[in-house]
Design a protein around this ligand. Structure first.
Ligand SMILES: [Zn+2]
Length: 92
């Protein structure tokens, strides 16, 4: 058995996608500070079901199950919504 962990796999995926999208050409004009990035992640995560796991094996299994084109598209849709909300109403 590996070390116990407690992670939300949805969070891991959303953090990765937000970071990737923010650095892409479509969002060049969007603020990339940590406040805005975290706010985008939080906003998207509040709209998506969480997926908590407690071992590396479970994490890998859940990640594989969630990493389908349909699911990533669904998650991306929430992230894009979040990006626009944060861009329109930045906390700074
Ligand atoms: Zn900002």
């Amino acid at each position: 058995m590996s070390e116990p962990i407690l992670v939300n796999v949805t969070e891991e995926i959303v953090r990765g996608l937000v970071s990737f999208l923010l650095r892409g050409p479509e969002y060049q004009t969007f603020c990339k500070c940590q406040i805005c990035e975290f706010q985008t992640v939080a906003y998207a995560l509040n709209a998506l079901p969480s997926k908590y796991v407690t071992s590396k094996e479970e994490r890998d299994e859940a990640f594989k199950a969630m990493n389908t084109p349909e699911n990533i598209e669904l998650i991306n849709r929430e992230i894009i919504r979040a990006l626009h909300v944060v861009n329109k109403h930045p906390r700074h």
